[in-house]
Ligand binder design. Structure first.
Ligand code: CA
Ligand code: CA
Ligand code: CA
Ligand code: CA
Length: 497
């Protein structure tokens, strides 16, 4: 192998710093070619002029605390090796590596500066738990690469594997290490911003790689992917993961943006029935079939107090589903403190299917409470014109969805001994449901509800989404009036606290 030496065409000087030496390119041009190797043992790299590398390597070695790569000029290295027995190398200026950033020993702290990997061959090599790129003060590793139908492509070994049948075109991937704030809880110390030229209809899947040192105190087995689109965080289910090998996968990604891994969402799959729309085993979906269901949750506007929920919307396709899983209406879930069931910890508007399943905004999956720690919670279910209910016992909830069927027996709902006028739920003929006709949603059915329904049914109204539509058929008429009158004789109250 032909050995070439460092070509020095300029003024290079060693300067004694406070604790270390500095190799300073003060003027002109310095080149490395071939196999030339510049070893900076406990020494800083300061490029204030021009450095050109068509080969060769610069290695940061030694055991001093923080040799840095800096200077007024950005340096593009050919090979850059971090091989420190102690201490962390750090950037004091943006830099690039044309071929290989070799992590042999010790960390490289980006220290608020970007490190660009060469488009053609630039890659990270040998990154591991004990020798990795970190960036608590910001800075990103950047790799840009064309991706056409990638299969587990990990460009530049940046740390995520992308699979898609589509042509993404030129794709920029940026990896940063400051934890992202996901709805009040921090994610791991690694995030990616992925910007493909073609960023729609990708149907992509991704495997996110990480190091245990980046977990930021989170429970590894509960990590799930989160996407930030510039406005909202969305929790993507982990389709597979391996805490020993340090990766989490997700799929069904239509478009990329910023991604990280964070605490998963507490999930529950409740089942309830509503008296009024319920008949012969199913509830009617007249509001949906008449296109009367609002696309945004109605509860905030109705005065229901939100804690962490609110503003949920559904895509139109969700209300196009027919059959047993067609959507009847919006419902309102509350998770309450296990030691104080009158204290609401978190709320979430959700959707009710005809067969009683309460589901999340996609119309099918368990209701998610994002970023909430696994714990025991009382579950309350309320509806805009029915008497709400809650569980008698706190339920152990986690990211593994659990089911709770209120409809199977009366004892599934808490019985408030102070209320003797009515049970917590109404007997619907072997199954149990929420009492209808609390049309003003104040927790009791009485003459006020009756008057409201009487007023709004004189004259009749049709094609409406109103609390006075007691049987949820889209019309307010004499039938709703009679149903409310009967229900309010005697008055009834919700078994909620
Ligand atoms: Ca691990
Ligand atoms: Ca169902
Ligand atoms: Ca009422
Ligand atoms: Ca009606």
């Amino acid at each position: 192998m032909k050995k070439q030496s460092l070509t020095i065409l300029a003024m290079v000087c060693w300067m004694a710093g406070q604790a270390q030496f500095t190799l300073k390119i003060a003027g002109g041009e310095v080149k490395t070619t071939g196999d030339a190797q510049v070893v900076l043992k406990n020494a800083n790299w300061q490029n204030n002029a021009t450095f050109t590398a068509t080969g060769g390597e610069v290695a940061l070695t030694g055991d001093a605390a923080s040799p840095s790569i800096g200077g007024t000029s950005e340096t593009t290295f050919y090979h850059l090796e971090i091989d420190k027995t102690a201490g962390t190398a750090q950037l004091g200026q943006a830099a690039a590596v044309e071929y290989e950033l070799r992590m042999t020993a010790g960390h490289l702290d980006l220290n608020g500066h970007d490190l660009t990997l060469g488009n053609t061959n630039g890659q990270i090599a040998g990154e591991k738990e004990s020798s990795r790129i970190i960036g608590p003060n910001g800075g990103e590793i950047i790799k840009t690469v064309p991706l056409d139908a990638p299969s587990a492509a990990n460009p530049g070994n940046i740390g995520l594997e992308i699979t898609s049948t589509e042509n993404l075109g030129s794709t920029e991937i940026r990896r940063g290490h400051e934890p992202q704030d996901i709805l009040g809880l921090e994610g791991i110390e690694r995030h990616f911003t992925i910007t493909p030229a073609n960023n729609a209809g990708l149907d992509a899947s991704v495997r996110f790689l990480y190091f245990d040192g980046e977990l930021n105190g989170l429970t590894e087995a509960e990590l799930e992917p989160w996407r930030y689109d510039g406005a909202n965080w969305t929790n993507y289910p982990a389709t597979d993961s391996d805490p020993a090998a340090n990766w989490v996968e997700t799929a069904n990604i239509d478009a990329f943006s910023t991604w990280t891994l964070g605490q998963g969402a507490v999930k529950i799959n409740p089942k309830i029935l509503l008296q009024g729309p319920f008949a012969a085993g199913l509830m009617n979906d007249d509001l949906r079939s008449a296109s009367l269901l609002p696309a945004s949750e109605p509860y905030t506007a109705l005065g229901f107090t939100q804690v962490g929920g609110g503003g949920e919307t559904v895509s139109p396709g969700v209300f196009a589903v027919t059959g047993n899983d067609a959507i009847v209406d919006w419902v309102f879930l509350e998770l309450r403190d296990k030691n104080s069931p009158s204290t609401v910890v978190r709320t979430k508007p959700a959707l009710l299917q005809r067969d009683g399943d309460v589901v999340d905004m996609d119309g099918t999956s368990a209701v998610k409470f994002p970023g909430l720690a696994a714990d025991e919670y009382f579950l309350a279910v309320r509806h805009r014109n029915h008497l709400g209910i809650r569980t008698a016992a706190a339920l152990a909830l986690s990211i593994a969805a659990s089911s709770y069927d209120f409809s199977s027996s009366l004892s599934q709902a808490w019985d408030n001994p102070a209320i003797t006028s009515n049970d917590a739920m109404v007997d619907l003929g072997g199954s149990y449901g929420l009492f209808r006709a609390d049309v003003n949603a104040n927790g009791s059915v009485n003459v006020l509800d009756f008057i409201l329904t009487k007023n709004q049914s004189t004259p009749n109204q049709s094609g409406v989404y109103l609390g006075t539509d007691v049987n949820l058929n889209g019309s307010v008429n004499v039938l709703d009036f009679i149903l409310t009158k009967n229900q309010s004789t005697p008055n009834k109250s919700a078994h909620l606290d």
